[in-house]
Design a protein around this ligand. Structure first.
Ligand code: CP
Length: 307
């Protein structure tokens, strides 16, 4: 495979747009930069004089704080705008907000918004590098990249790895970004969840679909569990939370059907007892907190490569 040394676009909008070579470059850069996080003084001057603006119009713990830490570790200045404290409350559009912030001389705009395509809209209008931190149900590319890095650390590479994504596929930007990324790297991706939470169109892009969890987990190397996104769901997509738990919660009983060395992943936030039981979330099988740490390294790599 030909090695590349830079990304082709000024923005990071989705995994659909990234090539396999670009994904490998981002992961290799993150592996190198991750070492900085182990130092007593965790700061390097690579982005001194640059400024990143965070436009977060949906809640976030992991993504916002890891982007913020990633920028600080590289000596990048930061400013934050949230829906609840900005002039969006007075009717200002996302584009006007972004253009006004850019007029203050920013280099990066990191945006999370409930509308699919919002990052793409800003990318066309701004000269700053726009980074998609989650656009509605569409894409969450840095989540997929940190997941890929975590898988590479544990399994070497993704070629022929069997990965099962479980749960609310319909509303999941994480699932969409990961399906693009994992299949580009050669993994065999399968999905499992209630039929009403798996869009018909997704089966058309070469992933296998299961509705029976015990059958689905059988030969998988990774069981990637999604959050049940109650805030994006219409009523009546499944009978009750109790029924969802009975059929799709990852429990020690379900894992009896899985490979003994299968690993558990989840993007967070975790609904303990709904998507997986606490003993599995906290077990040695779980890579969840490793994913969170890799979120800082991946976001450092993105800032570094887009600088
Ligand atoms: N995984 C993820 O996007 O988490 P946050 O919503 O807390 O950022």
């Amino acid at each position: 495979m030909a090695k590349i040394t830079e990304l082709k676009n000024k923005d990071l909008l989705g995994m659909k747009e990234l090539s396999r070579e670009e994904i490998e470059l981002i992961c290799e850069t993150a592996e190198t930069l991750k070492e900085i996080l182990e130092r007593p003084i965790k700061t390097v001057p690579y982005l001194r004089g640059k400024t990143a603006c965070f436009l977060f119009f949906e809640p976030s713990t992991r993504t916002l704080n890891s982007f913020s830490l990633a920028a600080k570790r590289l000596s990048c200045d930061i400013v934050s705008v949230s829906a609840s404290s900005s002039s969006a409350l007075k009717g200002e559009t996302l584009l006007d907000t972004a253009k006004n912030i850019e007029a203050m001389k920013t280099n990066f705009v990191v945006v999370r918004h409930s509308v699919p395509g919002s990052a793409h809209l800003l990318a066309r209008q701004l000269s700053s590098s726009v980074i998609n931190a989650g656009d509605g149900t569409h894409e969450h590319p840095t989540q997929a990249l940190l997941d890929i890095l975590t898988i590479k650390e544990h399994f070497g590479d993704l070629e022929r790895l069997k990965i099962l994504i479980v749960g609310d596929i319909e509303h999941s930007r994480v699932a969409r970004s990961n399906i693009w990324a994992m299949t580009k790297l050669g993994a065999e991706v399968s999905l499992c969840g209630p039929p009403t939470l798996i869009p018909y169109s997704i089966a058309q892009i070469g992933v296998k679909v299961y509705y029976d969890l015990k059958e689905a987990v059988k030969d998988k190397d990774i069981i990637y569990i999604l959050r049940l996104q109650k805030e994006r769901q219409e009523k009546g997509l499944f009978p009750s939370i109790r029924e969802y738990i009975n059929l799709y919660c990852i429990t020690p009983e379900v894992l009896k059907y899985a490979k003994p060395d299968a690993r558990i992943m989840h993007p967070g936030p975790v609904n303990r007892g709904i998507e997986l039981t606490p003993e599995i979330a906290d077990s040695s099988k779980s890579l969840i907190l490793g994913q969170v740490l890799n979120g800082v390294a991946i976001r450092m790599a993105i800032f570094y490569l887009l600088k």
